[in-house]
Design a protein around this ligand. Structure first.
Ligand code: FES
Length: 150
């Protein structure tokens, strides 16, 4: 092997090693243990949203989004224990969350992650990424007004 050929092959080998180590350290998106939505999809602290129980959430399984909070009626009656309130935007990448009454879970419209009405994770996103538990908000009932405060 000529000296010039040896130097060229050495340079190519170094370039391949550098490229390989750079690519392997980058990893793929799904390896990231933290959700990709920096704000986590929650509403700002101090946000209060209200629902008129005289006209909304009349039946068990009904849901509505008000000011970024997903309200769900989980039982009959107007006690706070008859409702759940979670963030309405997915912690993964900000997809909208919907309550699926027939299956009794909350599902993301973007990558189909699933959550219980108390915010626990039932299924991770179908893109290989990772989500986190939903934020839930304390509820109060005054007359026919149901309120949740972040
Ligand atoms: S944005 Fe909800 S699972 Fe990806």
């Amino acid at each position: 092997m000529e000296r010039n050929d040896f130097i060229k092959s050495l340079g190519l080998g170094i370039a391949l090693v550098c490229t390989g180590s750079c690519l392997s350290s980058c990893g793929k998106k799904g390896d990231d243990p933290s959700p990709n939505n920096p704000s986590g999809g929650g509403v700002p602290s101090g946000t209060t949203a209200s629902v008129d129980l005289g006209t909304q959430l009349l039946t068990v399984g009904a849901s509505v989004v008000v000011s970024g909070i997903l309200f769900i009626r989980t039982a009959a009656g107007n006690a706070t224990t008859s409702f759940a309130a979670t963030q309405a935007t997915c912690p993964h990448q900000g997809g909208s969350l919907n309550f699926i009454q027939a299956s009794n879970f909350i599902q993301c419209s973007l990558h189909a992650s699933r959550y219980t009405t108390t915010g626990s994770i039932l299924a991770q996103p179908n893109d290989g990424g990772t989500t986190s538990a939903l934020k839930t908000y304390p509820l109060t009932v005054s007359g026919t007004t149901l309120s949740a405060t972040a």
